[in-house]
Design a protein around this ligand. Sequence first.
Ligand code: FES
Length: 431
Amino acid sequence: MESLWEKNRSIPEFPRLPGDIRTDVLVIGGGLAGLLTAYCLTQKGISVVLVEKERICSGVTSGTTAKITAQHGLIYHKLLNDYGKEYAQMYHRANARGVERLKDLCRKADCRLEEKDNFVYSTDPMKLEAELTALQKIGVDAKFTPDIPFPVEVAGAVGFANQGQFDPPVLAAYLAKDLTIYEHTKVRAMIGTTAETEHGKIAAKKVVVATHFPFINKHGSYFLKLYQHRSYLTAWQNTRRIGELYVDDSQTGYSFSSFGDYFLLGGGGHRTGKQGGSYPELISFMGRYDANARECFRWATQDTMSLDGIPYIGNYSKHTPDLYVAAGFNKWGMTGSMVSAEILSAMIAGETPEDAAVFSPSRSIWKPQLLVNGLESTKNLLTPTPKRCPHLGCALKYNKEERSWDCPCHGSRFSETGKLLDNPANDDLKK
Ligand code: FES
């Protein structure tokens, strides 16, 4: 189903790869992370080619809530506990810079930037207090409100001032206009830093994998470090506009915002391949909130979730000095894309990127979520069913709400006819 951002979308089309080529840097993936990385590299005078298997800005970037914020759930007390003050400050500085840089680009690109405050709400007063204390310890300004203007139970909300929201396809069109891009060009395999596609080979000195879920299984163990979470969005008219962004700290809660003439309600989420509230939950909520509202758009989106809530940005693995990755933005892909573009472009240019250590893809994987991911994979690998995922062979589950076959292990999805909808699988289902 079409998202709000696909309405009136005007992004130029780009050709297929014309045959074998060479480049300094190859960026694989034409979502916002790939486009921003290619743009930042070009700004540094480095020659870049970007390839996208379909159209640029057609995947998760077109299904976002388009929030720009350095507030990623109630993450700062967890960062402080797990990684200490220095890393918590690093995470905030990198994201606060990302917010400002992204807002500047939005102003240049004239992509309907709306600056507004962001609030994360919770039913748990202890968590809210811990977050406020952590923010104070690391020197970040935040505010507290005991209530939010929606019929949901809360103990309060923590807010960051001057965050934002924008129209992603307009920014994508602006970034793409001076880039070398090949669309409908799927990378089938990597041999070192040479990419093999259906239309020819691309020999690069360095390669950035920005494909939402990293598709190279040989390095980095991303199939252990990431899973995918599906959530649902609706856009409404004939209801009141709100001036802030709100999101539940819980993964199964709601998000609320207004952009332009539309009220955006998100929620109904679940691990991909599992059951969740989906659209019926959102429609039911809206019936209680404002029965006169009119639904105009509905769409679903899919986020890659890391083990510790921090994205993986940097070298793909310890053993791949010329291969880079940007993935696992959790639910904050717009700001995460900007942060990764700044870090990866600096690394590739031979500079020392600021605050990159906290995002290192080679950090410890010994987190409780690793066990959850491992159990889920084992269970689905052992489930006897003929419908198997071509990624690593897990049993697929039918998603009746979206009429698709979804993989609970790492989140690949397929249409009823077997066409690949979401990676990390790289092929359609076998007939
Ligand atoms: Fe990995 Fe299906 S997505 S086995």
